[in-house]
Design a protein around this ligand. Structure first.
Ligand code: NAP
Length: 239
């Protein structure tokens, strides 16, 4: 792919997997627009990146703001949606369903709102890529709620790929990845989970943001990929 002529929007591009994706695509020569809610965080994250990168402060739960953003931007070639939620984990018997609802509001709905809003400006045979989570495909106790949010997104990929063709629609489904997403948990919980993962995963390490960014780049580049959900989990789904 000639990245020089590609314009990519990364929603959630100021941290973690999204930021790693912005860095990869900018290094390849693409023109990248990174979106996050916090202007200062965007400026901080994007400051040192060489290439054609701009940051846009925008809350993707706000449909009107999304419409203004895509309307202003004009034609784009690829949309990557890495924005995160975070709520909705825990054993089902005690699961706070209000928190799970907020989890859907923070991840499922903004990804759909953004995808739908971007359609008129997305190149007809460009790509639309979702970021889900391996909780959708494994039966790990305590992840039924997260699995529901991500499974809802994953269940749409094939249908969207057929409905929206020749636009390509795909997803990457990560396992445990070392990003600021985990900072919401106490440091001891995070380090114990990461230690366990490093011992038990077939890949024998926790994932890095760039592992997932690499998988995302592949889906953007490979024009024969559509309707696919790529697991990027170090083998977590096999345990
Ligand atoms: N890390 C993992 O282990 C893991 C595993 C499986 C799946 N995932 C999924 O991967 C995705 C990215 O996770 P991450 O680990 O990279 O998270 P992260 O480091 O917390 O980054 C999340 C990004 O999303 C932005 N964001 C959140 N809500 C937004 C909104 N309403 N509008 C615009 N931007 C928004 C954040 O910026 P602002 O806060 O400034 O808005 C930030 O740039 C998430 O969907 C997560 O569920 C992560």
């Amino acid at each position: 792919m000639d990245w020089q002529n590609q314009k990519v929007v990364v929603l959630g591009g100021s941290s973690g997997i999204g930021l790693a994706t912005v860095m990869r695509l900018a290094a390849a020569g693409a023109s990248v627009v990174a979106v996050g809610r916090d202007r200062a965080k965007l400026d901080d994250a994007l400051g040192g990146i060489a290439g054609q990168v701009t940051g846009e402060a925008l809350d993707c739960t706000d449909r009107a703001a999304l419409e203004r953003f895509f309307g202003r931007l004009g034609r784009i070639d690829h949309l990557v949606m890495t924005l995160s939620g975070g709520e909705g984990a825990g054993p089902f018997a005690e699961l706070d369903l209000a928190a799970l609802r907020r989890g859907f509001e923070a991840k499922f709905w903004p990804q759909l709102e953004a995808a739908q809003t971007a359609l008129p400006t997305l190149r007809r045979d460009g790509s639309l890529t979702f970021l889900t989570a391996i909780s959708a495909r494994i039966a790990n106790p305590g992840t039924a709620g997260l699995g529901a949010i991500n499974g809802a997104l994953e269940s749409m990929i094939g249908t969207l790929a057929r409905e929206l063709a020749p636009l390509r629609v795909n997803a990457v489904s990560p396992g445990v990845i070392d990003t600021p997403w985990w900072d919401r948990f106490p440091a001891s919980v995070k380090s114990e989970l990461f230690r366990q993962q490093s011992e038990t995963l077939p890949a024998r390490r926790v994932g890095q943001a760039d592992d997932v960014a690499h998988a995302l780049q592949f889906l953007l580049e490979n024009t024969f990929m559509t309707g696919a959900v790529i697991e990027c989990d170090g083998g977590l789904r096999l345990l």
